[in-house]
Design a protein around this ligand. Structure first.
Ligand code: SAH
Ligand code: SF4
Ligand code: F3S
Length: 461
């Protein structure tokens, strides 16, 4: 009784709000949503408006110099905001999570003393504990590789009131990388390869479906290196995992990213042949087309291995479309090496691709190489490569005009009665769909292409 009176007399305090800014890859997008889950259990509501947040988290990326620089300029702005808030007597906590946190640790606080928490990708389940410490006036740096499994310590993904229904979701199944490409920080920021156990993955997939998710993208820095065992202790690879997930009631579509060519085994290719649920789209980075450069990058495959692999995948699943990542201007890359990359792109034909100028990353073997390529050469090569990749992307989109396909309706479109769906090849498709609902999978005919999307009408059958 007394308690009731107290509750009436003291209206519940405003819930604390957290603003999370995500940089980098899909794994960070996934981690941000799990951090939001962990914080929701502590009473934090997510907000898109930094002005109403009492906690700001930057989930950072260290992959290229520019990505890391962005974090420091954002922290500079937050420092000013913190001054104003503190002067007003308000709580304002700044946390840095993700790969810059892992790579730079305490150095971040040294450069930006306004930062209260630095927490690595392996320890973010300890975020609530870190916040408690901050409230006692301490700063927290937690970038150990945790001995406990963070996934076991995170609350299940929840449907959050006010958040729009998500019909697509990421599910991290593997983390870290043992490949040590000589340009790349990931093995240092994310540690060595770890796979989540089958039961944990199935449970999370079932939860997602129960929350309305139709399409699940399995994530890993090296997702096709995933390995586990079934209930009888028999070894499983990613292909086997996909067959198992395809049996989970309610899952309509499956994808996975990012893969390494060395880990595309026969079973995974069979999964592409057999599973209609597995979308005919594969992100399979090659990085470069010259064997000399591939060797210097420690990619452990030749250009011909890659093209032969793509042939096998296309034989198994003829409608598959490819996406890739490319780096131009790796140290020692000559004009002839670069032309080999252009030829490889011509040979494969990509539906989509990401391409970057080589960025020297401290601590990686590439940073030790002396024959760095001049910036203007990199700029020119990147422009040529991107022109070709963009042309291929448009050609692919145009090849779909007049064809029919299933799309998953994801969100309302810009015009009244219009909806935006997702094609099997990850394109956005605009369609007039007045009587349909988000989450429906509908059959459409592509009528036209726009700069970044397709247009379609509902088709019969
Ligand atoms: N695990 C994935 C890629 C992770 S990083 C894979 O193995 O393919 C995403 C992409 O960033 C890489 O594929 C590469 O193209 C690019 N990248 C990584 N390090 C880079 C660097 N130092 N400079 C420029 N691009 C880089
Ligand atoms: Fe980086 Fe290479 Fe590992 Fe990909 S495979 S995460 S590029 S080291
Ligand atoms: Fe960036 Fe870390 Fe992803 S460095 S690309 S956020 S794994």
């Amino acid at each position: 009784m007394t308690q009731d009176i107290q509750t009436l007399a003291e209206p519940a305090a405003e819930p604390r709000k957290v603003f999370i800014k995500t940089y980098g890859c899909q794994m960070n997008v996934y981690d941000s949503s799990r951090m939001a889950d962990a914080l929701a259990a502590e009473g934090y509501e997510p907000t898109e408006n930094v002005d109403e947040a009492s906690l700001v988290l930057l989930n950072t990326c260290h992959i290229r110099e520019k990505a890391a620089d962005k974090v420091y300029s954002a922290l500079g702005r937050l420092r000013e905001m913190k001054k104003t808030r503190t002067a007003e007597g308000k709580e304002f906590t700044i946390g840095v999570a993700g790969c810059v946190a892992q790579a730079e640790g305490e150095e971040i606080i040294r450069r930006e003393p306004g930062v209260d928490i630095v927490i690595g990708p392996q320890t973010y389940h300890r975020l609530p504990a870190a916040l408690k410490q901050v409230r006692t006036g301490r700063r927290v740096v937690d970038t150990e590789y945790a001995v406990e499994d963070k996934f076991e310590h995170l609350p299940d993904p929840k449907k959050v009131a006010g958040r729009p229904r998500m019909v697509t979701a990421f599910l991290t199944v593997q983390e870290g990388c043992d490949k040590f490409c000589t340009f790349c920080v990931v093995p240092y920021t994310r540690g060595s390869e770890v796979s989540r156990p089958l039961a944990q993955i199935l449970r999370e997939a079932e939860k997602l479906v129960a929350n309305g998710v139709k399409e699940i993208t399995l994530l890993g820095q090296n997702v096709n290196a995933w390995h586990g065992e079934d209930e009888k202790g028999r070894p499983m690879g990613l292909g086997d995992l996909l067959y198992r997930l395809a049996e989970v009631p309610g899952i309509a579509r499956l994808r996975y990213t990012t893969s390494h060519p060395r880990d595309m085994d026969d079973r995974l290719i069979e999964a592409h042949r057999d599973l209609r649920l597995l979308m005919p789209y594969l992100h399979l980075p090659v990085q470069a087309g010259s064997d000399r450069i591939l060797k210097a990058m420690n990619r452990r495959h030749k250009a011909a291995d890659y093209t032969a692999l793509i042939d096998r995948i296309r034989t198994a699943r003829p409608d598959i479309a490819l996406s890739g990542d490319f780096i131009v201007g790796f140290p020692g890359e000559t004009d002839a090496d670069f032309e080999a990359t252009m030829r490889l792109v011509e040979t494969i034909g990509y539906a989509q691709a990401f391409s970057f100028k080589y960025s020297t990353r401290p601590g990686t073997p590439g940073a030790e190489l002396t024959d760095q390529v001049p910036e203007e050469v990199k700029t020119e090569r990147l422009a040529r490569l991107q022109e070709l990749l963009l042309k291929q992307q448009h050609d692919f989109a145009r090849s779909l005009v007049g064809k029919t396909m299933d799309i998953l309706l994801e969100k309302p479109g810009r015009m009244d009665g219009q909806m935006i769906g997702r094609s099997p090849w990850l394109q956005s498709v605009n369609v007039d769909a007045k009587t349909l609902q988000i989450g429906d999978i509908i059959h459409v005919r592509i009528t036209d292409t726009g700069p970044n999307s397709l247009f379609a009408e509902v088709a019969q059958g």
